[in-house]
Design a protein around this ligand. Structure first.
Ligand SMILES: Cc1ncc(COP(=O)(O)O)c(C=O)c1O
Length: 471
């Protein structure tokens, strides 16, 4: 920080309307309420649907939804590329209570507190840290590197930990339907929360090879894959009804030597309706090999009563059957997020970049396509993101997410002291530019050494204490 100037201390900004660029929720105007209402009417007015919907269901979930999801995934990921086209197979799908709930179930079945280590790609989706902690697992951080994962760093840590854990015995009893992996690698390969980054195809393939070599399960939250738009007028929009890259689970399915029918595989994809229908739906799906999916469906909480979200699953099946959800994504969500992203990027270019702020890479493997909910920005070295977040709250009534909350808990090896995550999905569109302008005012004040206003900021515990709200 430069020396304090004799500039007036900024006022405490209680009278300004709050702008929250931290909260990773969809704006209420983007919720498909009429579509869900119609789907629920259809489901509830037909006893062939409503009766199974209101009773205990099968362990892997409501069968018509498994079928609809596998058809939809087939359409969306049917790129002609190195990993070939996607075949539909409902046996590869298990209905879940969303990505977070399913992560907990996967750990219950496929991890062991003594034997399994977790490697989170950092900056990480911080709310997953507690899910790993609840399962009693040891967690380490691995950087994103330039391609999405620092593969060398990961391999080094895998080798070191293998040495340390040699001879350790399983705490859990082995079960015939499950397998305990020695390692779990957790990442968000496409339009990541928080960095917005997309992992390259070559990195995805190498990561699958590493997972096979070191007995690792790659868990990917593929929850933003459908939300994508071009970042340049030159990019083709015709391809945007399809995924830009295969998921890790698609690569594992086809990369030679492809896993046989008796294999658990090395990948599990977490899909969710939270970002495309609404988080309150609390319904999602897991995709993996049929053997893995069967094992997951044998998780104690699913054996007792069937997969979660049975009633909502009947409604989601209707939404997919009618193709209304795909239309909503194509015609409502993607244009809306494209516009919001454009407003925020232009505001960053106009107000923050002149102060030395850098915004993240937007190209995915040479494709000028971006997606998801978040932009990740780097402040100049001398400007602390924690100080900026705190002062933004006090002086501008602006909430932003400082980089440290995306560090892997209990592994201080990778820090994000100069980074901020900005979310463009939640606030009203008309407030996006103002939010960035307010942020620029604070960054300038910090850079120029203007004394802080006294007031109640976010504070480390303040943010940590309320993280659940922010996603
Ligand atoms: C990467 C990531 N995973 C999981 C979730 C939560 O998903 P769900 O609502 O399906 O539990 C989020 C929500 O922000 C997310 O960003």
């Amino acid at each position: 920080m430069t020396k304090h100037k004799m500039a007036p201390t900024p006022a405490v900004a209680k009278e300004k309307k709050q702008i929250n660029l931290l909260r990773g929720w969809p704006n209420p105007s983007l919720l498909p309420i009429p579509l869900i209402s119609a789907a629920s009417q259809t489901a509830l007015s037909n006893p062939d649907i409503s009766i199974p919907g209101l009773l205990y269901g099968p362990d892997p979930g409501y069968q018509p939804l498994r079928e609809e999801i596998s058809r939809w995934m087939g359409r969306f990921y049917s790129y002609s590329g190195t990993s070939g086209s996607q075949e539909e197979d409902p046996e590869r799908i298990c209905i879940t209570g969303g990505a977070s709930q399913n992560l907990a179930c996967v750990l219950q079945v496929f991890s062991d507190p003594v034997k399994t280590r977790v490697w989170m790609v950092a900056p990480c989706y911080f709310l997953a840290c507690r899910i790993f902690g609840d399962a009693g697992l040891r967690v380490g951080a691995v950087g994103e590197g330039s391609e999405g994962v620092d593969l060398e760093g990961l391999e080094r840590r895998l080798i070191e930990s293998e040495e340390e854990d040699r001879g350790k015995q399983l705490l859990k009893q082995p079960r015939p339907w499950s397998k305990i992996y020695r390692n779990i690698i957790y990442c968000v390969p496409t339009f990541s929360n928080p960095s917005g980054k997309t992992m390259t195809l070559s990195c995805r393939k190498k990561l699958v090879q590493i997972a096979r070599k070191y007995d690792a399960l790659i868990i990917t939250d593929d929850v933003y894959d459908c939300l994508q738009w071009p970042t340049s007028p030159r990019s083709s929009t015709s391809s945007l009804s399809k995924a830009i890259l295969p998921r890790m689970v698609d690569i594992d399915r086809t990369l030679e030597p492809a896993p046989g029918s008796d294999s658990f595989g090395n990948t599990m994809s977490n899909g969710s309706f939270s970002k495309i229908a609404g988080p309150g739906v609390r319904t999602g799906w897991a995709e993996a090999t049929p053997k893995f999916v069967y094992g997951l469906s044998q998780c104690g909480s699913s054996r007792s009563g069937g997969a979660p979200s049975q009633l909502v699953a009947t409604m989601m099946a209707e939404l997919l059957r009618s193709r209304e959800l795909e239309r909503h994504i194509r015609e409502v969500l993607n244009p809306a997020y494209e516009k919001r992203y454009g407003i925020m990027m232009s505001a960053i270019q106009e107000h923050l970049m002149p102060l030395g702020v850098r915004a993240g890479e937007v190209n995915a493997d040479g494709k000028e396509i971006f997606g998801g909910y978040f932009l990740w920005i780097e402040l100049p070295k001398e400007v602390s993101a924690e100080v900026v977040a705190d002062r933004a709250k006090v002086e501008e009534n602006l909430i932003v997410a400082p980089g440290y909350i995306f560090e892997v808990e209990n592994d201080p090896s990778i820090k994000f002291q100069n980074s901020l995550r900005l979310c463009f999905s939640w606030v009203e569109e008309k407030n996006l530019e103002d939010g960035v302008k307010r942020l620029a005012t604070v960054v300038r004040n910090v850079k120029e050494g203007v004394s802080p206003a006294q007031g109640e900021g976010l504070g480390k515990n303040g943010v940590k204490g309320e993280m659940g709200e922010f996603r």
